[in-house]
Design a protein around this ligand. Structure first.
Ligand code: NDP
Ligand code: 2IT
Length: 451
């Protein structure tokens, strides 16, 4: 029988910070979860004595490796690659791969930790993992990206597998990169398995996987509004980012009768008071993905739109906001501006886009605020459905998958309400998501004993 080891929240967080020095993103993600879980665990001695949160906040393993590749000029380049396998209590590790110069061990540990709760919330059997590299795909030729992906997979392949750990895309990793990595995995192992998701339709991919994260974030937003007797139709919407998640969120908002006012990238944001309609979204998709262009060019292409260099879109007056670019892209002052300008709901398409202080502003203002682990779970959910289709060796129809995605997002909304309903019509979605995700993983871990 383990002795009772009942530490309080500040002592717990002190330990997390001490054991993970110089990892601000990771400790921020743990803090956000721990704030709610400590309250939930108050009368649940078993979770304390079995050190469940302490164990979830310590990745099962972190692999770090060298990735060498040769650029088009013949120079040898050296990058660092990682795979963080956070927790596999409820299924194989599952989570994306990010290629961006800002990638560090801290960033990937925060993402793998968040992924553990997110994947549990989907209701599908997936554990949490994340990987990536500080490789910068911007400005690289197709052949350079291919050589990098092949070199990255030449090490990664030994750590993953269809029943072990199933990576997918994230920032800087889309269909092209998944194709190169899948090709190299197949070549090394001589196996055709569902080891990656987000694959092309010709080789085991799933319908609506590219759309799923952005669509799902809007479905979740629509559920929050419906719960208050409201809807997306006629609402003005501010979106950040202009990649996979942002463009598909914009598309679904438009389909549901909302008006999208902004998109952004790391260079700044564009504001189009006439609304970013489907034709304009299609232009952005081609421009950003196929041409690898910048969002600033939008203002030259469409009259009436303006580009705001080095700025973020949160001061534009709106009803709804969807941060869909990256972590910590919405701070306390910007959260206050959104509230002051009459924004009623925020749905996080990105992972941890709001700083801890910004989430406190939303909570205090009793805004409808959906944290990433609930709102952006549609992507990994359809990845889970891709895994099922690969295991069955068949493909489901688009209509079936559309319905499954909607059902899953509605299910997550229900789970958030079950643990986050504060009465008086206010739902604390952060609390609801944290507790519902934690409980499933924690109860599985209790069943396994001390492992
Ligand atoms: P993409 O690479 O397709 O797009 C990323 C977008 O965010 C680009 O517009 C990019 O601008 C911008 N961006 C990236 N880093 C920064 C930065 N440091 N500062 C400002 N802007 C930045 O990625 P995704 O759309 O796939 O991912 C966006 C977010 O959604 C991430 O937080 C990701 O973790 C999350 N997410 C993605 C899922 C998916 O299925 N793809 C699933 C769930 C969550 P630029 O072109 O200038 O780099
Ligand atoms: O953050 C995420 O959920 C993703 N990048 C998608 C992960 C996945 O395995 O589809």
């Amino acid at each position: 029988m383990a002795v009772t080891d009942h530490v309080d929240l500040p002592t717990f967080m002190e330990g997390v910070k001490r054991r993970n020095p110089h990892q601000p993103e990771f400790t921020q993600a743990v803090q956000e979860v721990a704030e709610d879980i400590f309250e939930f665990m108050e009368d649940k001695e078993e979770y304390h004595s079995q050190q469940i949160l302490r164990r979830i906040a310590e990745p099962d393993r972190v692999m770090s490796f060298r990735v060498c590749w040769e650029d088009d000029k013949g120079h040898i380049r050296v990058q660092r690659g990682w795979r963080v396998q956070n927790n596999n209590a409820i299924g194989p590790y599952k989570g994306g791969i990010r290629f961006h110069p800002s990638v560090t061990e801290s960033v990937l540990k925060f993402l793998a930790f968040e992924q553990t709760f997110k994947n549990a919330l989907t209701g599908l059997p997936m554990g949490g993992g994340k990987g990536g590299s500080n490789f910068n795909p911007k400005g690289k030729s197709d052949r350079e990206v291919m050589r990098f992906c092949q070199s990255f997979m030449t090490e990664l392949y030994r750590h993953i597998g269809a029943d072990i750990d199933v990576p997918a895309g994230d920032i800087g990793v889309g269909g092209r990169e998944i194709g190169y990595m899948f090709g190299q995995y197949k070549r090394i192992t001589n196996q055709f398995t569902g080891v990656l998701t987000g694959k092309g339709m010709e080789y085991g991919g799933s319908m609506i996987r590219p759309e799923a994260t952005g669509y799902g974030a809007v479905y979740f937003l629509a559920e929050m509004l419906k719960h208050r007797g409201d809807g997306i139709k006629g609402k003005e919407v501010v979106i950040s980012g202009s990649g996979n998640v942002a463009t598909h969120a914009a598309e679904k908002i438009t389909q549901m009768g909302g008006k999208v006012l902004t998109l952004s990238d790391s260079g700044g944001f564009i504001h189009d008071p006439d609304g970013i309609d489907q034709a304009k979204i299609d232009w952005v998709k081609v421009h950003k993905t196929r041409n690898r262009g910048r969002i600033s060019d939008y203002a030259d292409e469409f009259t009436g739109a303006s580009f705001h260099e080095g700025k973020r879109p949160w001061h534009v007056k709106c009803d709804l906001a969807l941060p869909c670019a990256t972590q910590n892209e919405l701070n306390e002052e910007e959260a206050k501006a959104l509230v002051a300008n009459g924004c009623i709901a925020v749905s996080e398409g990105a992972n941890m886009p709001s700083t801890l202080e910004a989430t406190h502003v939303f909570k205090h203002a009793k805004l409808m605020f959906a944290p990433g682990k609930a709102a952006n779970a549609g992507g990994v959910a359809v990845s889970g459905l891709e895994m099922s289709q690969n295991s069955e060796r068949r493909s489901w129809k688009e209509e079936e998958l559309q319905q499954m995605l909607l059902d899953i997002m509605q299910g997550i909304h229900q789970r958030c309400i079950a643990y986050g309903d504060q009465g008086g019509g206010y739902v604390d979605y952060v609390k609801g998501a944290n507790i519902a995700g934690f409980k499933k993983v924690a109860d599985a871990m209790l069943a396994f004993g001390v492992v």
